[in-house]
Write a new protein. Sequence first.
Length: 163
Amino acid sequence: MLIVIVAVLYSLCAGAVFAGFGMLLWFHLAEGFSAPPLLLVMAVLLVLFYLCLFVLLIWSWRRYLLVTTAGLEVVEGFRTVRARWADVARIEAAQSGLHLGSAVVVLRDGRRITSTVTGARFAMVNGTRVREHWPRILPDGSRVYAGPAVDVLINAHRRSLGL
């Protein structure tokens, strides 16, 4: 939802910048009238606001998962969550919803942190095949969705516990 709001604000600001420059050009061309300083200041402020929104839009696309020997860091746009391995209760895969098969870090206090970058939507970005994200059929016939990154995280968690 945040990305939609930022994109709409970005579009509105871009339109305002172009309208401001159009108004300045119109004032300049109409009867040799020079643009008043207030309009120039407004145009500069609109350009700066437009650039800030562009930076916010790019910043909101930040997504990564960093795994170290001390713990892990999940970044999803503007939210950054750091967890030590001692605080992690278990690692599982999301079995429903929009990010099916993505890694879910369950902390000891009950919080669940989903790392969307580990899901099938980011398979090519992560250098894995989409086929590796297909459901696994268990011996009882049920399906389990888990990408290769979930297995890597589970193994890292086991190593941190000394298993």
